[in-house]
Design a protein around this ligand. Structure first.
Ligand code: HMG
Length: 377
């Protein structure tokens, strides 16, 4: 039985900061951002948007391609920017999507690796329950401290993936190369709102993990490097993916996979899968039957190399023009607004739009209160 990605969509903020603006304010040569790390813009989130609201938007888009929502009986929400140590963020999302209550819902955490873990879990689940579908969501808003080397690599987005039998986008292959090690390269203690990191160590461990995973993948699959038609890499910033690609594949182009991440920034758990969407949306040639190598890395660390085979009907499942419009229609914000957003504040007298139908209205008596746009009621 073929199991894989039947539908995939993403969402991000309606607001964007140009990294030329950040560079000017921080007194950094803009070339360091656009050439040195390969990023030109980053999504920045107003206080009415959180990991739940963008996840609902991504999931609504993904589910619009599915006939029977009731067959979804598992929702896995992967995130490292959780606001609750107990209640799963997926429960809010499940509610706003109106899915069946005959459904398991839980959150999953392992830095940027967590969506890959969720997909592997979903694959095994579908193998035992072929008539079920699993909704896997990865949603993160990434914040580093001001004036740190990580600041220009912030960003955020949500991806929503429906996993099922007979997938119409891509099938999972049965091979994986995995490598895990205990390392302090990037972490966020429960008392901190911003991530702490050792940039150089993290980049070193990313590349080392990739080499080990890729060799294990080749050993297990008995494939060779020439059998990989396209490649996607976790992209905390595009230069990291380019370095990884150069190390494995030399001059193979990964440009199409990085178009969206270069202007969204790091979306952690969603990042690798936004590379996949970007690749599918922006590759003109027919990718049916082609193999995509995927490298997933989550600091701390767990890494995995695996592969997908693109389905024959994948083109009919894409939302390419809508994705491009979503990104190009984001409104540019000023540096002042960026600083306010960082502290979950808004510019006085200005209303900020949400990406989708749900917005965070406020937090009262420690309860998050969400509102639904009137047109959606
Ligand atoms: P840095 O110290 O600011 O940068 O940190 P640098 O001095 O190393 O410069 C970066 C590049 O810009 C260099 O190029 C410079 O030469 C170049 P490279 O040697 O790498 O090819 N450069 C310039 N180029 C053109 N014009 C100029 C100029 N100046 C310098 N004027 C770093 C950069 C990426 C380390 C920093 O942003 C950082 O620490 N980021 C956060 C951590 C991170 O993203 N790590 C990546 C691997 S870990 C991971 O992927 C997991 C993660 O997503 C989290 C999770 O799993 O949850 C982060």
């Amino acid at each position: 039985m073929k199991i894989g990605i039947d539908s995939i969509a993403f969402s991000t903020s309606k607001y964007v900061l140009k990294l030329s603006t950040l560079a000017a304010e921080r007194g950094v040569d803009y070339a360091k951002y656009c050439v040195g790390i390969g990023q030109t813009e980053m999504s920045v989130f107003p206080p009415n948007e959180d990991i739940v609201t963008i996840a609902v938007d991504a999931a609504e888009k993904s589910l619009s391609k599915i006939d029977d929502r009731n067959s979804i009986d598992m929702v896995i929400f992967a995130t490292e920017s959780s606001f609750d140590l107990s209640k799963a963020a997926g429960i809010y999302v499940h509610h706003f999507l109106g899915l069946s209550d005959n459904c398991r819902i839980f959150d999953l955490k392992q830095a940027c690796y967590s969506v890959t873990a969720a997909l592997q879990l979903a694959k095994t689940y579908i193998a035992g329950n072929p008539n079920s579908k699993v909704l896997v969501i990865g949603s993160d808003i990434v914040k580093y401290s001001k004036n740190t080397s990580g600041e220009p690599t912030q960003g955020g987005a949500a991806v929503a993936i429906v996993v099922s039998k007979n997938p119409r986008i891509a099938e999972f292959e049965p091979y994986s190369g995995i490598y895990s090690t205990d390392i302090m390269d990037f972490w966020r203690p429960t008392y901190a709102t911003e991530a702490i990191f050792d940039g150089k160590l993290s980049a070193h461990n990313y590349l080392k993990s990739m080499d080990i995973c890729f060799n294990r993948y080749l050993q297990m699959s008995k494939l060779t490097i020439d059998n990989i038609d396209y490649a996607c890499f976790h992209s905390p910033f595009c230069k990291m993916a380019r370095k990884a690609n150069k190390q494995l594949f030399g001059e193979k182009s990964i440009d199409n996979s990085l178009i969206y991440n270069a202007i969204i920034g790091n979306s952690c758990s969603a990042s690798l899968y936004i590379c996949l969407i970007s690749l599918l949306d922006n590759t003109a040639e027919d990718m049916s039957g082609k193999r995509i190598g995927m490298f997933s890395y989550g600091s701390g660390s767990v890494a995995e190399y695996f592969s997908l085979i693109v389905a024959d009907e994948y083109k009919s499942m894409l939302m390419s023009q809508a994705n491009k419009n979503m990104l190009s229609n984001r409104a540019e914000i000023s540096f002042e607004e960026y600083e306010l957003f960082r502290n979950n504040k808004a510019l006085q007298g200005k209303c900020y739009e949400n990406a989708g139908k749900v917005s965070l209205a406020g937090i009262k008596e420690d309860r998050r209160e969400y509102a639904i746009k009137e047109t959606e009621l």
